[in-house]
Design a protein. Structure first.
Length: 257
């Protein structure tokens, strides 16, 4: 693997043949089955496969795998209920649960050497954020009609600053996809970059010989500590993305402040 810390984020479209070629006159080019596509499918397969395997016994006294699956289910169910209420659970629990599981699985797969991390690509996180954003708009207008605009008019605001507050609320609402996408992408990207930089110091210092061999123990220790931290971040970022999704969906169901 290259010592360049950016190399791990390279989407390789050249090594694999494209699944199919679109007509040249479309000006789009080939749709390639690349390393990003492989890991996105792997994340989907890992999440779905684990749930199928864990819940297949359906035992009254669950085993360890079933306990983990049921705990994850109850954890997300409780989060959706707390953030969006019973109506949110009925309508959006499968959506939020799927988002959380896929992001968590993709993040965890990306922690292993030579694997690619899909969530390190802004186009992936932006797609999910826009999907949530458009869902909020569609559901908000479908359920509330023009009353959805109450989202931008907080109650109890004095009339002389109302328009200023409305402008702030509108800007805040339309900036949600940006912050939603960048938060996940930036944390994953930064964590992997720092991990790669510190791990790169270890062979460099060891190759220098002499006292530098002993000195390489410091970046090695930091690498191990950062690696453990990144596993925690993999879960936390999936949780934060799912939690923000619940909060935004609650606005679609209950636009009044």
């Amino acid at each position: 693997m290259s010592n360049d810390p950016i190399h791990q984020f390279h989407v390789n479209n050249e090594v694999d043949a494209p699944l199919f070629a679109l007509p040249p006159e479309w000006g789009i080019g080939n749709v390639a089955f690349n390393n990003a596509a492989v890991m996105m499918l792997a994340g989907t397969g890992l999440a779905a496969g684990f749930l199928w395997w864990a819940m297949k016994p359906g035992a009254l006294v669950p085993g360890r795998a079933q306990v983990v699956a049921e705990t994850g289910y109850n954890f997300i169910h409780g989060m959706v209920k707390d953030a969006a209420g019973e109506e949110g659970v009925k309508k959006f629990f499968p959506f939020v649960f799927t988002l959380f599981l896929w992001i968590f699985a993709a993040n965890m797969l990306g922690m292993f050497p030579y694997f690619f991390t899909p969530t390190s690509q802004i186009v992936v996180t932006a797609t999910m954020a826009l999907m949530v954003f458009l869902t909020v708009i569609v559901v908000g207008f479908a359920k509330n009609g023009l009353k959805f605009f109450k989202l931008f008019v907080p109650s109890g605001v004095p009339w002389y600053i109302l328009w200023f507050v409305i402008i702030i609320e509108v800007i805040s609402f339309f900036s949600r996809p940006l912050s939603h996408a960048v938060r996940l992408w930036a944390n994953v990207l930064a964590g992997h970059l720092v991990l790669k930089v510190f791990s790169g110091f270890v062979p460099m210092m060891a190759a220098a010989g002499g006292i530098w061999i002993l000195g390489s123990a410091l970046p090695l220790t930091m690498t191990v500590a950062l690696y453990a931290l990144e596993f925690l971040v993999a879960f936390l970022q999936a949780y934060v993305f799912a939690l923000l999704t619940c909060i935004y969906l609650n606005d679609a169901l209950h636009p009044g402040h």
